[in-house]
Write a protein that binds this ligand. Structure first.
Ligand SMILES: [Zn+2]
Length: 314
């Protein structure tokens, strides 16, 4: 048993999906687990169970009216949770609360010293706003974790790094004026891809000016294009000395994703994880929580996420 890394693997986590045939279908979990086991990684990590995040925990980030709305739609299973991207289904409240609970369990395992680093495959739902769903994201587990880590553990500076093809808009805007969230995001330029945000000029407001780094990439950007900008991410984090690092490692930035236009290989995801491990060790705490994020080509997400796991193992 290796105490470096805990991974949340569970059928309960797999239930977060919008039906077979949907890009964000429940089969994304099994696609990851098959490769995870084929590489023998299940025997090298501590496997963690998720739990339900409580109503009060969800309110650390979300508004009560929005959480109540999801709960109502979860009973009927009818309609959409937003303008048309994110369908309701029966049990969606519970499934989304398990994603948040998985992320919180993983963060707690790190903070208690059970493990140095952790990975949650079905998580990193960065498009959920405080008061609405968007882009397949119901509850923002990243946002809830950031709020609760600071409230409950006394951490003051948390880094959020996002290499998903889409801009992490609802982490960015939720903390745009909050200097305690050190934000760095590589993504496909918003002129070409949902959600359309994340211009290089967006660097934080007020007391948080300069704490946010957005690095838009043109369609077709590959590993070499990523390698050109990535050192800025490491330098940005080093400047602010974060006490905990979250990595949203969406696999939709890989070549062959059906809904985006970046062309990374899994090597980029492995490299990002490895260099953040090195950085967290240099900073003296070693704390990294990686969240699967997007990724709609099943082979790609299996390759990218297992590359992250292998590098987090150290
Ligand atoms: Zn994405």
């Amino acid at each position: 048993m290796n105490n470096n890394l805990a991974v949340v693997v569970s059928e309960r986590l797999a239930r977060y999906g919008f039906g077979n045939g949907h890009p964000f279908g429940p089969d994304r979990h099994s696609a990851f687990v098959r490769e995870f086991e084929a590489r023998g990684l299940d025997r090298r990590v501590r496997v963690l169970e998720p739990r339900d995040a409580s109503y009060e925990e969800l309110l650390a980030f979300h508004t009560p009216s929005y959480v109540d709305f999801v709960r109502e739609r979860s009973v009927s299973g009818q309609g959409f949770l937003d303008a048309g991207d994110t369908p309701a289904f029966r049990g969606v409240y519970e499934a989304a609360a398990v994603v948040v609970g998985a992320t919180l369990n993983a963060a707690a395992a790190i903070m208690s010293g059970q493990c140095r680093r952790a990975f949650v495959p079905i998580a990193g739902l960065h498009h959920a706003a405080r008061d609405h769903a968007a882009g397949f994201c119901v509850f923002n587990d990243c946002g809830v974790a950031i709020e609760l880590l600071r409230r409950n553990t006394g951490l003051e500076r948390i880094a959020y790094v996002d290499i998903d093809a889409h801009h992490g808009d609802c982490v960015f805007y939720a903390f745009e004026d909050d200097p305690g969230v050190i934000f760095a995001d590589t993504h496909e330029d918003g002129r070409y891809l949902y959600p359309g945000t994340g211009a290089a000029e967006e660097t934080g407001r007020g007391a948080a000016a300069g704490t946010k780094l957005n690095l838009p990439l043109l369609p077709g950007a590959d590993d070499a294009a990523f390698a050109q900008v990535w050192p800025q991410v490491i330098a940005h984090l080093e400047r602010f000395d974060p006490q905990f690092i979250i990595l949203q490692c969406g696999a939709d930035s890989l070549e062959g994703d059906p809904i985006t236009h970046l062309r990374f290989s899994p090597k980029t995801h492995g490299r990002a994880a490895r260099e953040l491990v090195e950085l967290a060790d240099r900073l003296g705490h070693g704390r990294i929580l990686a969240l699967g994020g997007g990724g709609y080509n099943r082979g790609n997400l299996a390759q990218a996420w297992t590359a992250v796991v292998e590098n987090l193992l150290g």
